[in-house]
Design a protein around this ligand. Structure first.
Ligand SMILES: Cc1ncc(COP(=O)(O)O)c(C=O)c1O
Length: 431
């Protein structure tokens, strides 16, 4: 069966053929596979006197002199006709550009995929994580596989989509958090109802990169007919470590490299972390064009708003990327200082995971002997800092393999200093 809307010639040239045992048409739900791409008004025309989409011809109703950012390079062609550039540079009365090829091209170049057909855009990566479950998994019948401790939304989306969640824990011994490739593959070989395997790299809350070589071993499992989704929300922190000389310059940290070869690998990323744009909600999936087309056929027509697209295109400009990299390097340095301070903090124990993201996972020890991780101490520190001192971290003590652990997002130097000072007071003062 052909996938509707897929540009056959262009995509055949870039098509991946691995693994031989995978057939996308057998994975995608039949009702999704038969969807025609929805053609919305702005797919057809973007300029002229636009009386086609039941927009408001008088313009927006924001109070006069409201400040709206302006970037003539990204506003769509409808602007000039219906509203004055000065008053509404983003054409807020118009539905947004549904294609967003400029943004997709920038992302394709940044991450090294051949062209925009390899890029899907969602409302944060959270939308992508939900959508991929909707296209592959039949509610009430199919399953997903996750590797705890991991990001919570995979299971939340599974619950919404009425899917069972199969758990194969990471190898947690000593806080190393490695993928248990053999156990994952065993489970996948045994259970044909598992349609998606979610691998978080670097993991949340583990901060640990799963090497693409491990992802490859799962994608290559001949018994597994499903998809491997690698969630790389924090990948730029690992990428930047290469530029800083903290890891080998030629180490392949991102699994996007696998998308060239594998039809059954999707990699999700986001502008919420390294780019510091959590508020605009822009998530990304990199995959083979056939899968991207299926996601496009399924999503809501105008899922990415014009303000989001405008800000994303600025962030993905050469200057924006330069700024992102500089900020990530600062956060990495702040992370190193935070780790050093935690290592000498009486009452704080081991730092778990590999610290390859913008947070640190640290154990709180029992107050008497200071020899073992203690969930009550973690809860006490967490709660008192948040409620009495106005500094909020995350308590992850109940996550598998994370006994006694708090997850601290790397802050500014001043914020980190304050965090250490407050923790010191609480750990010295006791309950
Ligand atoms: C591993 C992971 N994936 C995805 C997300 C969600 O990202 P977004 O803001 O793009 O929805 C988060 C947010 O904390 C995360 O930790």
């Amino acid at each position: 069966m052909t996938i509707k809307g897929l540009n056959g010639a262009a995509d055949a040239a870039a098509a991946a053929h691995k693994p031989a045992h995978f057939k996308l048409e057998n994975l995608i739900r039949p009702n999704i596979l038969s969807l025609e791409p929805y053609r919305c008004a702005r797919d057809d025309y973007q300029s002229g006197i636009l009386l086609d989409a039941n927009e408001n011809s008088l313009g927006h109703s924001l109070p006069p002199k409201s400040v709206i950012p302006h970037n003539p390079g990204t506003s769509n062609g409808a602007t000039a006709v219906q509203s004055s550039e000065a008053e509404d540079p983003l054409s807020l009365n118009r539905y947004p550009d549904p294609g967003l090829f400029g943004i997709k091209d920038s992302l394709a170049e940044l991450r090294g995929v051949p062209h925009d057909a390899f890029v899907f855009l969602g409302v944060g990566s959270d939308e992508v994580l939900d959508l991929v479950q909707r296209v592959c998994c039949r509610p009430g019948k199919d399953k997903i596989l996750i590797c705890p401790p991991t990001y919570g939304m995979y299971s939340v989306c599974a619950a919404v989509n009425d899917l069972e969640v199969v758990k194969v824990p990471l190898i947690t011994k000593g806080g190393k958090f490695a993928l248990d490739v053999d156990a994952v593959n065993k489970k996948l070989s045994e259970d044909p109802d598992i349609k998606i395997t979610f691998i978080c790299s670097p993991g949340n809350p583990t901060g640990t990169l799963i090497p693409p070589s491990d992802v490859r071993k799962v994608a290559d499992n001949p018994d597994y007919k499903g998809l491997v989704v690698v969630d790389e929300a924090y990948i730029d922190f690992a990428e930047e470590e290469k530029r800083m000389g903290k890891r080998a310059a030629d180490e392949v940290v991102s699994s996007v490299s696998l998308v060239h070869e594998y039809q059954n690998v999707m990699v999700t990323q986001t502008l919420s972390k390294a780019f510091g744009l959590a508020a605009i909600r822009l998530g990304i999936a990199f995959a083979q064009p056939a899968l991207v087309q299926i996601m496009n056929n399924t999503k809501a027509p105008y899922n990415i708003s014009s303000p989001t697209a405008h800000l994303a295109s600025l962030a993905l400009s050469p200057k924006g990327i330069e700024q992102m990299r500089a900020n990530v390097q600062t956060l990495i340095r702040n992370r190193d200082s935070l780790i050093s301070a935690l290592q000498t903090l009486p009452g704080a124990g081991a730092i778990w995971g590999a610290n390859e993201a913008n947070f640190v996972l640290v154990q709180m020890l029992d107050l008497e002997t200071r020899s073992k991780p203690d969930n009550e101490v973690a809860q006490m520190v967490y709660k008192r800092m948040a409620e009495e001192m106005g500094l909020v971290v995350r308590n992850r003590a109940k996550d598998l393999g994370c006994a006694g652990c708090l997850r601290i997002t790397v802050g500014t130097e001043e914020e980190n200093r304050r965090c250490i000072e407050l923790m010191k007071g609480l750990l010295e003062g006791g309950k």
